[in-house]
Design a protein around this ligand. Structure first.
Ligand SMILES: Nc1ncnc2c1ncn2[C@@H]1O[C@H](COP(=O)(O)OP(=O)(O)OP(=O)(O)O)[C@@H](O)[C@H]1O
Length: 262
């Protein structure tokens, strides 16, 4: 079986003066096309560093990263971020304040013929339900609406993979829950693969098809939520998964339109 994304024994870290600080050890995981993965773990465990290495902002010091069977990172070699066809969505929206919503969405489509770019922008506006706001500026929208625009901008160029770095954490609880479900539905509709980094176990368990639990730079388990609940690899995973996340998963596993109180 070939995977969309393959991380093979990846080692990540940061040079600090004359020493090298290893942050992530021998991390391996695979994501199939259309799957949504999530990296979960205590603060400082290395989630964002993994996401940044997939995006191409951090080098790998051992192992390799493959996207559609092409090596995009290995020791001493990095395909630049702009050549990876990977979309990103951050918690701070990162929209261009001086551009209208439609221009923000069209930003990554500048290499396409104008008519095609306009058609895709229109489709994206419909997908996120903001057709009426095409000519508005980011500051005129709510946080949740701005994050929808950030999603549209990230997926407009049809990336091979979307990376989401705590995209809901700046929003209030109600908006966060609704938006997380909407984003999941949009990703599934478009058959887009994604990896989410989050602090919220509930978000992870209702959003993701596969969850990776990282602890002190080690991937303790990479599995679907049901397997994590029924067959945790070790005591850390078993104790780490909270009851409310299990309940949210069980309540939502048949009906993804439900999102339970955190
Ligand atoms: N540029 C850097 N230089 C040196 N160390 C760094 C750098 N960026 C992150 N680190 C360290 O790497 C470790 C992992 O950081 P990372 O941001 O990947 O963790 P995280 O799991 O995403 O944390 P959080 O959940 O708090 O966002 C931390 O100890 C952090 O201090």
């Amino acid at each position: 079986m070939t995977h969309l994304l393959d991380l093979i024994d990846v080692k990540l870290g940061y040079p600090q003066g004359k020493v090298f600080k290893t942050i992530v050890h021998q991390l391996s995981l695979q994501l199939d096309k259309g799957e949504i993965g999530c990296l979960l773990g205590p603060s400082g465990c290395g989630k964002t560093t993994v996401l940044r290495s997939i995006a191409g902002f951090e080098p790998v010091y051992a192992g390799s990263i493959q996207l559609e069977q092409q090596t995009i990172a290995e020791t001493g070699r990095m395909v630049p971020p702009e050549q990876r066809h990977i979309g990103m969505m951050f918690q701070d929206y990162a929209l261009f304040p001086h551009l209208t919503i439609e221009k923000n969405i069209a930003f990554g489509l500048n290499k396409l013929p104008r008519e095609q770019a306009q058609k895709i922008t229109q489709e994206m506006l419909e997908l996120i339900g903001l057709q009426q706001s095409a000519k508005a500026y980011p500051h005129e929208l709510s946080g949740g609406q701005q994050q929808r625009v950030a999603l549209a901008r990230a997926i407009a160029p049809s990336p091979k993979l979307l990376l989401l770095d705590e995209p809901f954490s700046n929003l209030d609880v109600d908006t966060r829950e609704r938006l997380a479900l909407d984003v999941r539905a949009i990703l599934k509709e478009k058959q887009l693969s994604a990896i989410l980094v989050t602090h919220s176990q509930i978000e992870a368990f209702v959003f993701a098809d596969k969850i990776g639990i990282i602890h002190q730079g080690k991937l303790e388990q990479w599995a679907n939520p049901q397997t994590l609940i029924n067959a945790p690899n070790n005591a850390f995973v078993k104790e780490y998964i909270r009851q409310d996340a299990i309940q949210a998963y069980q309540a939502c596993s048949t009906d993804k339109s439900c999102f339970c109180e955190e």
